[in-house]
Design a protein around this ligand. Structure first.
Ligand SMILES: [Zn+2]
Length: 431
């Protein structure tokens, strides 16, 4: 078990709680929460947040690969040939010397630093992490299966009872380099992930479903994603319950990026005709009007992030009327710049857009997005919601209920999840 310390401090830097090596939570970041709302955070709050049964709808499998497992794999096989000499980064047209960078890592910690973007505050820095570690996994179906099973194990440790995990099967398939042009076969990847998730479900008792991601910069993959999601939507357990577009929002911009827009838009028209569930990354760092497009043109009933609408009452009103669910990811919003503030001085978690969105009565839940890349966990998002953003436990429960109501599952499964949460609330003295 890795060493892990959580210090929770109040604003005059007094240590209130100190935990070491506790089993419940997979998180490697020795994090300090400076409380902005200390009267609401005490030991009972901490116990409450750890134990409450959780639901997570926005978490990327490829953003959850535990770096120690990847590093062990490289060390055990001694084979770095999976890593390209160079990888193209389409977001800034640069080349990255991936193999040299990874070969230089002598310790797990130095490798972990390459895989995490904590403190860089840039969406591109995060995408660069993926460029480094995805080639290790790409096309290795045994490793993919093991990592999928490990993901479920870590969800179980946080008392997550239901999760929808998303990934791009193309990006993990042999030849699925983001800058490559060859045809790749994503289906063996979906098979491997499904095997790993099913095994994890059996072993750890977390209910899991899958969401397949299109990739903004790879419009030629979009049709395939819709096809696979349609083929496998009833392939229980761990079936594919929806689709997404990840890794940027340029595809919404039909004027400047028609080559990205047209294929994605067409594929999502077809997805709507096929009755597939849609959630899309929108209004994260991109324009707020992309949220409206995702809903009205692409058929999204859920939005990944959507922070940019928080300053626009008209747009929030429309989204509230349509009961669109917002998958909020606090740590991610800070690291990618989705939550923007003028300078460090004006960075005040109490003014995080999540607060405005929840106050407006929007349907919102909390998620970790890419826990390995951000070195965080789902439980940490709940801690931040209370300890930094200043929400109450009741607000957290409300957000959890929103997540259950908006999950891509049938009504009976939702009712069973609600009962689990209600039973916990009735039987705990921490609420
Ligand atoms: Zn995401």
């Amino acid at each position: 078990m890795p060493s892990h310390t959580i210090e929770i401090k109040d604003e005059d830097e007094t240590v209130h709680f100190h935990y070491k090596d506790h089993e419940e939570e997979p998180c490697h970041y020795n994090e300090v929460v400076t409380l902005t709302n200390k009267w609401q955070y005490n030991m009972s709050t901490e116990q409450f947040l750890r134990k409450i049964p959780k639901v997570e709808l926005h978490v990327h499998l490829d953003g959850s690969f535990e770096p120690s497992l990847l590093f062990d794999h490289l060390r055990e096989t001694g084979d770095y040939s999976c890593l390209p000499d160079q990888s193209y980064c389409p977001w800034d047209q640069s080349m990255l010397d991936v193999r040299t960078i990874v070969e230089k890592c002598e310790t797990e910690d130095s490798f972990r630093a390459l895989c995490t973007c904590r403190g860089k505050r840039s969406l591109n820095a995060m995408l660069e992490n993926f460029t480094i570690f995805i080639p290790i996994v790409r096309g290795n179906l045994v490793l993919i299966e093991n990592l999928a099973m490990d993901f479920v194990k870590r969800q179980a440790k946080q008392n997550c009872i239901y999760t929808e995990v998303r990934y791009s099967p193309h990006l993990l398939a042999e030849g699925g380099d983001i800058g490559g042009s060859g045809k790749v076969d994503p289906r063996p990847v979906v098979d491997a992930v499904t095997r790993g998730l099913r095994e994890g479900e059996k072993l750890y008792g977390v209910k899991v479903n899958q969401i397949l991601c299109c990739i903004n910069w790879k419009p030629d993959w979009a049709d395939d994603v819709v096809d696979i999601a349609h083929e496998r939507k009833d392939d229980f357990p761990c079936s594919i319950v929806g689709i997404d577009i990840a890794a940027g929002e340029e595809h919404f911009d039909e004027d400047n990026f028609s080559e990205l827009h047209n294929p994605h838009n067409k594929a999502f028209q077809r997805a709507q005709e096929l009755g597939l569930n849609v959630t899309i990354h929108a209004g994260e760092v991109g324009d707020s009007k992309f949220v409206r497009k995702a809903v009205n043109e692409y058929g999204a009933t859920r939005i990944g992030h959507g922070y940019q609408i928080a300053k626009e009452p008209n747009l929030m009103e429309e989204m509230r009327r349509k009961n669109i669910h917002f998958e909020l990811c606090p740590t991610s919003s800070d690291e990618t710049g989705g939550w923007s503030y003028h300078d460090e001085e004006s960075r005040d978690w109490m003014k995080h857009p999540a607060k405005a969105m929840l106050r407006y009565g929007l349907n919102c839940g909390f998620n970790s997005d890419d826990p390995a890349v951000f070195a965080t966990s789902l439980t940490w998002q709940y801690r931040i919601a209370i300890g930094k953003i200043g929400l109450t436990k009741h607000c957290i429960v409300k957000a959890l209920q929103h997540s259950i109501n908006s999950a891509f599952i049938d009504d009976d499964t939702k009712a069973a999840l609600r009962t689990r949460v209600e039973d916990f609330l009735e039987n705990t003295d921490t609420f």
